[in-house]
Write a protein that binds this ligand. Structure first.
Ligand code: HEM
Length: 489
């Protein structure tokens, strides 16, 4: 099959393609990345996998990702039209391409960038404050469990850390997006955000409809349920926007949450635009982008934290080394800030290693190439659906020795400095012009939170509980739920 395709110059496809469902039959729903990885090792860094009737061009590993998404970045910056996404959620920024996507992206990025500059409500301040609340909450839990069990010398608290961390991740996001926060432990907050988990579960069911739209008529795939749920989420976002239009607080320029800034832009556009013209900046678009940001930002981060503390509890030696490094460099009470990461190379390497091994977004988001081109000598027809195989890239044994072992040192030089070239080769946020828009937010959070919690607490496995580092895909890759023992360090 490989030879035949080379003659036609199309990237090779795995054998055994079935009518209608294509190669999808061979993909395990929980671990599709394993089969994709296996095929890419057999067929090469560019191959064609049929998801249903649609051929998807899969691009794997550093060399070819750079070839496509960096060297031909504008050609590969498109997004294909995806049935479920478009018909349920509508076209926001994430599945839009061309000039419009560029305009929206640069507007949102500029509001994020303004929040990097040090101020009372910059990203770092928000993250530090929320981390402080989490430290207080965990400390109180340990103290309470100790006082209620004074007879036991082994008293400790138990945490399902990923759930606790939701309040940090969620609050940073709601403050950036809406300018408000909730108390840690608030059930109202959890309830308000429950649409994220419900729709994620539903979207897993609907995944195949993207490629086989007729499946929507089969009740098992729950298409109409996701459509209804998406409409509800949109209504809620619109409700928020409407109430702010009514009270007018967004007009105050000291409010620089994304919603306020975008609404002021909507007003400007409405004044500027001539009748008959359509504006890109509308309340409807704002509601869609808000939904997309929450989708893209909350689970990816919560899952990464879930992996981080699991690996740290399993690898006590690495946890201890990280803590000693923090205590030596900034002491037991010094504040950990992302901008001071030069002093804490081991923590930066640790975060990079967590992201590499967790591989939470193994296929990124689908891309599209606008024009016909070639990759590795194969023809890539115009308007192909293109998938970034980050999974195989982050586990490439020719770049990361013994890739399945957890070893932060791989990102350090022999003298303990950060190895910048190794860092550059790990790309959990993707590469090129559609690279993750929340990278700076995520990196600030992961560094500050992991560093601060290790400075104060010791996390360990609870005897009798089973732990597993087996990956499960649910839009993003998650660890199996677990709880840990937590003590003061
Ligand atoms: C550990 C955390 C995160 C990881 C690993 C991650 C990873 C990714 C990846 C792989 C992509 C696809 C890039 C591509 O298509 O080329 C992406 C896109 C995106 N991410 Fe993230 N992300 C994370 C956190 C966040 C956060 C916190 C936000 C929120 C602000 C966010 C917002 C977005 C958006 C809006 C896109 C689409 C960009 C576009 O279409 O141009 N992400 N992310």
């Amino acid at each position: 099959a490989k030879k035949d395709c080379k003659r036609k110059k199309l990237p090779p496809a795995p054998s055994g393609r079935l009518p209608i469902i294509g190669h999808a039959a061979y993909l395990d729903k929980d671990k599709p990345f394993e089969q994709i990885d296996k095929w890419s090792k057999e067929l090469g860094d560019v191959m064609t996998v049929h998801f249903g009737m649609d051929p998807v061009i899969v691009v794997s590993r550093e060399r070819l990702l750079n070839e496509a998404f960096l060297k031909q970045s504008s050609n590969f910056s498109g997004r294909p039209s995806l049935f479920v996404h478009e018909s349920c959620w509508g076209k926001g920024l994430v599945i839009r391409d061309g000039k419009e996507a560029l305009a929206l992206r640069s507007f949102i990025m500029s509001t994020i960038r303004q929040r990097i500059i040090s101020s009372a409500d910059c990203i770092q301040s928000l993250v530090s404050t929320e981390t402080g609340h989490l430290v207080d909450r965990l400390s109180a839990r340990i103290r309470d469990s100790t006082s209620s069990m004074t007879s036991s010398p082994d008293s400790f608290a138990v945490t399902s850390i990923e759930d606790d961390l939701f309040y940090v991740v969620g609050n940073v996001m709601t403050q950036l997006a809406f300018g408000r926060r909730y108390d840690h432990g608030s059930t109202q907050f959890k309830n308000n955000a429950s649409w994220l988990t419900t729709t994620t579960e539903l979207m897993e069911r609907t995944a195949m409809i993207t490629f086989l739209p007729w499946l929507r008529w089969i009740p098992y795939f729950k298409y109409f349920e996701i459509k209804r749920k998406a409409a509800e989420v949109h209504e809620t976002m619109m409700g928020d926007i409407k109430s702010r239009r009514k009270n007018g607080d967004y007009l105050d320029h000291s409010n620089h949450d994304l919603m306020s800034v975008f609404m002021r832009r909507v007003d400007e556009e409405t004044k500027r635009i001539k009748s008959g013209e359509e504006s890109l900046f509308t309340d409807d678009m704002l509601a869609r982008i808000m939904t997309e940001l929450f989708f893209a930002g909350i689970q990816t981060e919560c899952n990464t934290f879930g992996w981080a503390f699991l690996y740290l509890a399993i690898h006590q030696d690495i946890q201890e080394k990280a803590r000693q490094h923090i205590w030596e460099e900034i002491g037991q009470d010094g504040e950990i800030r992302f901008e001071n990461r030069r002093n804490l190379p081991y923590i930066e390497a640790l975060v990079a290693e967590v992201q590499r091994i967790a591989n939470v977004a193994p296929f990124g988001l689908f891309h599209k190439n606008h024009e016909e081109t070639t990759l590795d000598g194969y023809t890539i027809p115009a308007e192909s659906i293109v998938m970034m195989n980050l999974y195989s890239t982050l586990l490439d044994e020719s770049i990361f020795e013994d890739p399945s072992s957890f070893r932060p040192e791989r990102f350090l030089t022999p003298s303990g400095e950060l190895d910048r070239s190794a860092m550059k080769r790990s790309v959990p946020y993707g590469v090129g012009s559609r690279i993750c828009m929340g990278e700076i937010i995520a990196r600030t959070e992961l560094f500050t939170v992991i560093g601060s919690l290790l400075q104060k607490f010791r996390f360990s496995l609870i005897e009798g509980q089973e732990y597993s580092t087996e990956k499960k895909m649910q839009l993003t890759v998650q660890a199996k739920k677990y709880t840990l023992r937590i003590d003061f360090a």
